[in-house]
Ligand binder design. Sequence first.
Ligand code: FMN
Length: 176
Amino acid sequence: MKKIIALGGSNSKNSINKTLAVYVAKQIENTETLTIDLNDFDIPLYGIDIETIDGIPSEAIRLSELFNQADGFVVSLAEHNGSYAAAFKSVFDWLSRINSQVWNNKPMLLMATSTGARGGIGVLQIAKERFPRMGANLIVDFSLPSFYDNFSGNDISNNELKKDLTDKINKFKIEI
Ligand SMILES: Cc1cc2nc3c(=O)[nH]c(=O)nc-3n(C[C@H](O)[C@H](O)[C@H](O)COP(=O)(O)O)c2cc1C
């Protein structure tokens, strides 16, 4: 069975982005979801000095190997001050040192959600520009604004947003 990685770009224990990524990945029939929680990987903050002295952390290699096994990615990014959350950025930097094509040319459904009305469009824009240059076959993207107003009972409560996302999930399914 094909494997989809569901990844929240955050280290929050109760990450709304992880919730959204898993919610979407579970809708892709006949695939297995592998949920990645960044807290499950003991990886130090990226720095060239630590890399030179200690090499690549084994936990980063473990995560990179999981990425290699994926047939597609459903990613939802947390936005911190208009950009990637530090925890995600550090892991992403380590992964790029192992394989510059981090996303292995596999299909990606890319999202962001936040507690605010802009729905993480800043970080989404940054990733839309960057990820395809690092191996993402970006199929569709989606931003969910004001998460707690628009998501409840493990579903999107706003019909218009739900329809938009469902159409995008259907486009992604064709590529998997
Ligand atoms: C340091 C920090 C910076 C933040 N910056 C933004 C921001 O630029 N835009 C935004 O919409 N929300 C921002 N937020 C609120 C996040 O959207 C909110 O914490 C959200 O839950 C993060 O996603 P997560 O639950 O997946 O970690 C920020 C939160 C923190 C702690």
